[in-house]
Design a protein around this ligand. Structure first.
Ligand code: TGC
Ligand code: FAD
Length: 395
C-alpha cells in the first residue's frame, strides 16, 4: 500500500507548491528505486550503493537543498530540506544520514567556512552526487565532548600536518572528500580541513557487524603525518563553534527524518491492526490497541508542528541551537516510541524483517545517539532555561 503519512493539522495547506513538489518527486523515486533494496541491504549489512544512487539524488535536488544555486546547489529552503529528510528516513535512517551528512556536514561547512575556490571546486560535484563526502569530528576518546579532541594539525610551510583518528564516521570508507576538524597545536584552535581520498597518510575503513544502520556505511578515518595543502584549510573555520554550526543543520534534518520513520511505523501498525483478527475482531477494534495508535498519531502530529516551525524560523534567519535541540530530542524520542509500539502491535511478526518497525527500531538507536545524544540535548536545553551548564563536573 502506498505511503500516506499524517497531516492532521493540515500542514499541506501551508507548504508551498515547490515544497510539495520536491516531496512528491523524492517519494516517487524512493518507492520505485530504493524501497525494494532496503530489506536485503539491512539483512546482509550491505550498504545501499550510495555511489550509484547519489547522481539520481543530485538530479532530484536532494543534496544541499538549502544551499544557493550559484554553486550548483538546489537553492531551496529549510522546509524543503526537512521534507526530503522525512521522505528518505521513512524508507531507512541510513538514507537520511547520507542526505543530512552530505548537505549539513560536508556541503554546509565548505559553503560557510570555505573560500570561493573551494566552493566552486567541491559544491557542484557534491550537489550533483558526482562525489561523496564525510564529516570527521568524533574520536575514539571524545564523542559528546568534541572540544577535547586529540587530532592535531601543525602548520609546516605551505602545508598542514594532521595526526589522529576519527571514528563512527558516516560514509568514511567510500567518501571522496572528508571535512575533518583538528586542533592547531600552535594556537590551540579547532580548524576545519578538506582531506581528499588518496592523500598520503590518510586512511579510510569501514566498521562492520553493526546491529543498527545496517543498510548504511560507517567507519574510521586515520591520519599519520598526513600533509594537507594550505588551500585545503577551511579559512573561515575557527573554534568548536564551527563544527557545532554544521551540526545544527544536520540535527534539524534529523528532526524531520525521525518523523518519517515514525510515520512508517505508525502506518504499518495501523494497516496491520485493521487487518489482523484476534478473538473474532480486528485488533484495531480493541481499546488498548487504539490507545497505542492514538499515542503514536498525536506525538507524530505534534512533532510535525515543531519541525515545521523550526524550519520556517531558520528560513527567516531566526533559528537557534536550542530550537534545534528541542526538535531533535523530541522527534527522535517520538520515533523511538513509535518504532517500539509498532513492533509490539505486530506481535511475533513485529520481529520479522518482512515488516519495517524492527529495522526502524534498531536504526533509531543510532539516531538517538548521534548528532548529540538525547542526554546532551537535555543538557543544552537545561543550560538554556537555567543559565547553568551541567556538562562538566570537577571531581
Ligand atoms: P560550548 O562552550 O558550549 O560552545 C563552544 C562554542 O560554540 C558555541 N556553540 C554553538 N554554536 C553554534 N551552534 C551550536 N549548536 C553551538 N553550541 C555551542 C558556543 O556559543 C561557544 O562559542 P564561543 O564563541 O563562545 O566560542 O562548548 P562545550 O565544549 O561546553 O560543548 C557543548 C556541547 C556539549 C553542547 C557540544 O560539545 C555538543 O553538542 N556535543 C555533542 C557532539 C555531537 O553532537 N557530535 C556529533 C558528531 S557528527 C554526527 O554525529 C553525525 S551523525 C550522521 C548523521 O547525521 O546521519
Ligand atoms: P559518549 O560521549 O561516550 O557518551 C556515552 C553515554 O554517556 C551517552 O549516553 C551520553 O548521553 C552520556 N553522557 C556523555 N556526556 C554526558 C554528560 N556530560 N552528562 C550526562 N551524560 C553524558 N560522528 C562524526 O563525527 N561524524 C559522523 O558522520 C558520525 N556518524 C555516526 C553514525 C552512527 C551510526 C553513529 C552511531 C555515530 C556517528 N557519529 C559520527 C558519532 C556520534 O556523534 C557519537 O557517537 C555521539 O556524539 C556520542 O558520542 P560517544 O558515542 O562517544 O558517546
Amino acid at each position: 500500500m502506498a505511503f500516506r503519512g499524517i497531516d492532521f493539522f493540515k500542514l499541506d495547506d501551508v507548504f508551498s507548491k515547490e515544497e510539495k513538489l520536491i516531496r512528491k518527486s523524492v517519494r516517487e523515486f524512493l518507492t520505485k528505486e530504493i524501497e525494494p533494496l532496503i530489506k536485503e541491504a539491512f539483512h546482509k549489512e550491505e550498504p545501499i550503493p550510495f555511489k550509484k544512487i547519489a547522481p539520481k539524488m543530485g538530479e532530484l535536488g536532494m543534496l544541499g537543498a538549502f544551499l544557493p544555486e550559484e554553486y550548483g546547489c538546489p537553492g531551496g529552503n529549510y522546509v524543503e530540506f526537512g521534507l526530503i529528510c522525512q521522505e528518505v528516513e521513512r524508507v531507512d535512517s541510513s538514507l537520511r544520514s547520507f542526505v543530512a551528512v552530505t548537505s549539513g556536514l560536508v556541503m554546509y561547512p565548505i559553503w560557510k567556512f570555505g573560500n570561493e575556490e573551494q566552493r566552486k571546486k567541491y559544491l557542484p560535484k557534491l550537489a550533483s552526487g558526482e562525489i561523496i563526502g564525510c564529516f570527521g569530528l568524533t574520536e575514539p576518546n571524545h564523542g559528546s565532548d568534541p572540544g577535547s579532541m586529540e587530532t592535531t594539525a601543525k602548520k609546516d610551510g605551505n602545508e598542514w600536518v594532521l595526526n589522529g583518528a576519527k571514528t563512527w564516521i558516516t560514509e568514511a570508507d567510500i567518501a571522496d572528500v572528508a571535512v575533518v576538524f583538528a586542533k592547531d597545536v600552535d594556537s590551540g584552535r579547532i580548524r576545519g580541513f578538506i582531506v581528499e581520498r588518496g592523500t598520503p597518510g590518510f586512511s579510510q575503513s569501514a566498521i562492520t557487524q553493526k546491529g543498527s544502520m545496517r543498510a548504511g556505511g560507517v567507519g574510521e578515518l586515520g591520519f599519520v603525518n598526513c600533509r594537507i595543502p594550505e588551500k585545503n584549510l577551511l579559512p573561515n573555520s575557527g573554534g568548536l563553534k564551527s563544527p557545532l554550526m554544521c551540526l545544527n543543520q544536520a540535527r534539524y534534518g534529523i528532526s524531520w527524518g525521525a518523523l518519517g520513520a515514525a510515520m512508517d511505523c505508525y502506518e504499518t501498525a495501523l494497516n496491520y491492526t485493521k487487518e489482523r483478527t484476534q478473538f473474532g475482531e480486528p485488533l484495531a477494534a480493541y481499546q488498548l490497541v487504539q490507545e497505542k495508535l492514538v499515542k503514536m498519531f498525536m506525538e507524530i502530529s505534534k512533532g510535525q508542528l515543531v519541525s515545521y516551525r523550526v524550519g520556517r524560523l531558520l528560513d527567516e534567519g531566526k533559528g537557534s541551537p536550542e530550537l534545534i535541540s528541542f526538535a531533535k530530542k523530541n522527534n527522535v524520542r517520538v520515533a523511538r516510541m513509535c518504532a517500539r509500539t509498532a513492533r509490539e502491535l505486530l506481535g511475533a511478526n513485529g520481529i520479522s524483517l518482512d515488516y519495517s518497525p524492527i529495522r526502524h527500531m534498531a536504526n533509531i538507536e543510532s539516531v538517538y545517539t548521534y548528532e548529540g545524544t538525547n542526554d546532551i540535548h537535555t543538557l543544552i536545553l537545561g543550560r538554556y532555561i537555567t543559565g547553568i551548564q551541567a556538562f562538566t563536573r570537577k571531581i
